[in-house]
Design a protein around this ligand. Structure first.
Ligand SMILES: N[C@@H](CCC(=O)N[C@@H](CS)C(=O)NCC(=O)O)C(=O)O
Length: 208
């Protein structure tokens, strides 16, 4: 298999399926396309991506071009990796959490891009981004409480891959979750995501 990814320093969409692919234990090659933004990137990605966006997973002659679709495909292809929880209720909630990240948190994503090469520096967040951070704290705290941790639905799942880039954003922009109602569980979850051995491999190579 081959995973086409964007610039590792800031491609959050690429990081998610890359983490999931690592958790399968399958061998894969990665092809990093530098995201130069605008028309140049479209030209660079065109030979690889039917959507003109990264990531893309190539498995034989099959190309899958959306991060969530790639993760779903991997979950079906590698059932032994237990990439979603076995319990139907927990699985539905893990999927809901991943989908919420896939299509939500627009203000946080816009205002706080992933920037793995930048030193952490606190910044003032807009009201919309503050609202997103509050939403994150409530979501994480509720799920960690319900399933007992250490990840959102117990064992690590695709949902946790979807929130790993957010954990880097919170670190980079010095967001103190205690200011948003965290009593410790959400902050500990962020630390756990950032200590994931596969994430550390990605981070080291992103910093090059
Ligand atoms: N919904 C897509 C979004 C992918 C996406 O937006 N990728 C960005 C990189 S992080 C991209 O390829 N941008 C190309 C460009 O900027 O022209 C997914 O989940 O894979």
């Amino acid at each position: 298999m081959e995973l086409i990814i964007g610039t590792k320093r800031w491609s959050t969409w690429s990081l998610r399926p890359w983490l999931v692919l690592r958790k399968t234990g399958a061998a894969f090659t990665e092809t990093e396309v530098e995201l130069r933004r605008g028309e140049a990137t479209k030209v660079d990605l065109a030979p690889y991506s039917p959507s003109g966006l990264a990531p893309v997973l190539n498995d034989g002659d099959l190309a899958i071009w959306d991060s969530l679709a790639i993760c779903e495909y991997l979950a079906e292809r590698f059932p032994e990796a237990a990439l979603w929880p076995a319990d139907p209720g927990a699985r539905a909630q893990a999927r809901a959490a991943a989908a919420q990240m896939h299509s939500g948190f627009a203000a946080l994503r816009r205002e706080c891009p992933m920037a793995l090469d930048e030193a952490p520096q606190a910044m003032d967040l807009s009201p919309d981004t503050q609202e997103d951070v509050g939403k994150l704290v409530r979501l994480w705290s509720d799920m960690l409480d319900r399933y007992g941790g250490p990840f959102l639905t117990g064992s690590w799942s695709i949902a946790d891959a979807f929130y790993t880039p957010v954990a880097t954003r919170l670190r980079t922009y010095g967001v103190r979750l205690g200011d948003y109602g965290d009593t410790g569980a959400a902050g500990a979850y962020v630390a756990r995501l950032l200590a994931d051995p596969d994430f550390l491999v990605w981070e080291a190579s992103a910093k090059g």
